[in-house]
Design a protein around this ligand. Structure first.
Ligand code: 5AD
Ligand code: SF4
Length: 439
């Protein structure tokens, strides 16, 4: 049997695309190899959001090139966002790559790799299918991703995603609900709705269907067996009242929002073309916290966007202090070729960016540690995932607020249990199982 190995970089959308890539290869009779050694087909599902994943990929591909010299039969396929951004140039940079394909071309992958015939070397920019329509190899038994849209119509000045993932296309609600219902029947208890901007879901369907994301949340909430609903990512500019009230009303929708702010300076937000200012973001946070008690908030922050002064950065720190995020991903601005910001004057010096990142991380971690410490003594509902990564005698799971908990207990993966929180760090909680919430 021919065997494949997929290496995935980047976001949850990419991780979900990899489930499709694997499903596709398995439907053609290939089996999964546990590592790159022993695989006949190597697939790299790439990311290009910042320079770092590009550099990491270069190292992986160097390795793949060496393997290919040893074994000329090896097929090397590069998919995802980096492939889409580089297109044919990829074959000049890495001549031993056999197949390259963009995120929209996964449905064709099988024809090229599986058949073993003469493959067109590159396929890009088609975006004709939802990953959800293809065979799938799910990585987790009780949690699943469900794609609600692809592409993005925003014009954030730093971001390469619209260039590589195309215009926004919403998946039809009937199709989404059919998939959610199928997943529930298969034992899935938690779904994460995925889109580049989930809150604008449905806008492009308006000509024949009047719906919006809040309505989709309500419909998913009504599916029997689905106990937890998450979604990522919403854009603050499109987070409207019907979604807030749906979150408040639906028992399955978790008390957690990942709400990327990017900067606390309204001047920089404007240059980023985020189309909200700091005040509007803070009003949205207040509204969400008012409607959803005990809400956990996560965010993304970029430091060193072109033109960012010390005063702008101080406003970012002030906003982070004011909101008190439960978690935050922090990034150094990375110019991406083809984006508006890459050619802006006033690029910020590397030392300044690194200094700001360090100061931001200190604040983010201190606040996250304080937020988690507030959970000590409380009972949290935990969806059990399996054994702890560091200590096999302890179980691991996630709270509704999306914090990882390691705990002493006897529950099975997929169970919802009550855990009393006894200790915390900036990223995890520790506790002990009390009673089962539901079988
Ligand atoms: N440089 C740094 N961070 C970026 N992000 C997106 N593009 C860039 C870039 N060019 C960050 C944003 C986004 C997250 C997924 O990655 O914060 O929300
Ligand atoms: Fe995901 Fe963006 Fe990276 Fe593509 S470029 S994998 S959409 S984070």
């Amino acid at each position: 049997m021919r065997r494949y190995h997929v290496t995935t970089f980047g976001c949850q959308m990419n991780a979900h695309d990899s489930e499709r890539i694997k499903g596709m290869l398995e439907s053609l009779g290939l089996g999964e190899a546990p590592s790159q050694e022993g695989a006949d087909v190597l697939v790299f599902n790439t990311c290009t959001i910042r320079e770092k994943p590009d550099t990491k990929l270069a190292a992986y591909l160097g390795d793949a090139g060496a393997r290919k010299r040893q074994n000329p039969e090896l097929v090397v396929a590069v998919g995802g966002c980096y492939a889409e951004a580089q297109q044919e140039r990829l074959f000049e940079l890495y001549p031993y790559v056999d197949v390259a394909f963009g995120p929209g071309s996964i449905p064709h992958l099988g024809e090229w790799i599986g058949a073993g015939g003469e493959a067109p070397r590159g396929r890009f920019g088609t975006h004709e299918h939802f990953a959800g329509d293809l065979p799938m190899h799910r990585e987790r038994r009780f949690s699943a991703w469900v794609q609600v849209s692809m592409g993005c119509n925003s014009k954030c000045a730093y971001c390469i995603v619209p260039a590589v993932r195309g215009r926004e296309q919403s998946r039809r609600p009937g199709e989404i609900l059919a998939e959610v219902t199928r997943l529930a029947a298969d034992g899935v208890r938690e779904i994460t709705l995925l889109g580049q901007n989930v809150n604008s879901w449905g806008r492009d369907l308006r000509s024949n269907l009047d719906t919006e994301f809040g309505e989709l949340l309500r419909a998913c909430d009504a599916v029997e067996g689905i106990e937890r609903i998450r979604f990522t990512s919403p854009h603050p500019k499109d987070f409207r009242e019907p979604v807030v009230t749906a979150m408040a009303d639906c028992a399955a929708v978790c008390e957690h929002v990942h709400l990327p702010v990017q900067s606390g300076s309204s001047r920089i937000l404007k240059a980023m073309r985020r189309t909200y200012d700091a005040e509007r973001y803070l009003r949205l946070v207040a509204r969400l916290r008012d409607a959803i008690p005990d809400l956990a908030l996560g965010t993304d922050v970029i430091v060193g966007f072109p033109g960012e002064t010390e005063a702008d950065f101080m406003q970012t720190l002030a906003l982070v202090e004011e909101v008190r995020f439960d978690s935050a991903y922090t990034f150094i601005y990375s110019p991406r070729q083809g984006t508006e910001a890459a050619t802006m004057a006033e690029q910020v010096a590397d030392e300044v960016k690194h200094d700001r990142l360090e100061r931001l991380v200190d604040v983010v971690q201190r606040i996250a540690a304080e937020r988690n410490a507030e959970r000590i003594g409380r009972i949290e509902e935990v969806l059990v995932e399996g054994a702890s990564r560091t200590d096999a005698s302890v179980l691991r799971g996630r709270t509704r607020r999306n914090t990882t908990v390691n705990f002493a207990g006897t529950a099975e993966p997929g169970e919802l249990v009550d855990v009393e929180i006894e200790a915390s760090s900036s990223t995890t909680l520790r506790g002990a199982q009390r009673t089962a919430v539901a079988a």
